[in-house]
Design a protein around this ligand. Sequence first.
Ligand SMILES: [Fe+2]
Ligand SMILES: [Fe+2]
Length: 200
Amino acid sequence: MINRSSGSRMRNPDVTIRRILKVNHAGEFGAIRIYGAQILLARRLFPDIVPALEEMREDEIEHCRLFREAMPSRSAKPCRVMAFWSLGGFVLGILTALGGRNMIWICTEAVESTVHRHLEDQLAFLAERDPGLHALIGSIQEQELAHLKKAEDSQKRRGLSHALLLPVVGALTDLMIWLSTWGASSWMRAEMMRAGRDRL
Ligand SMILES: [Fe+2]
Ligand SMILES: [Fe+2]
């Protein structure tokens, strides 16, 4: 739906809500795969961080389940390219774990901070349009912030690898979100920011 009376190209909010659910569900699945791959290698290389990774993976499994459950009542369907998220997450997890424990935490920091930015946009958009989903994302965001803090606190040093890897993994996460929404995340961000401004 294009609302021309407001002078702006507002799309049907239901479509945006379905896309939010689709990309969040796929993103959680990707996060499960990242942590899964990292745990696989960390068991041999850095067993001391396995409990923390497993705990975060459990959270992502729960988030994935909650987003899936929220889909039917909103006529949303899972992403058609879940295999792409699965492979992308697994490869990212393996590569960062091979880079060392610091790389694992840099990867977590990059992914979680990118996710946080997208969730902020979504919360602004959903506040008055879907209070139920808004509350769900708000509670999930708290756990994602705890993951981000754990990743930041676990880094012993922040040298060149941090400066180089953080923007690369952040950009890859953005790219995966963009590709799996067929480019819609760009206008979703603009629309969600506009929704946030309108509420002020
Ligand atoms: Fe999550
Ligand atoms: Fe997370």
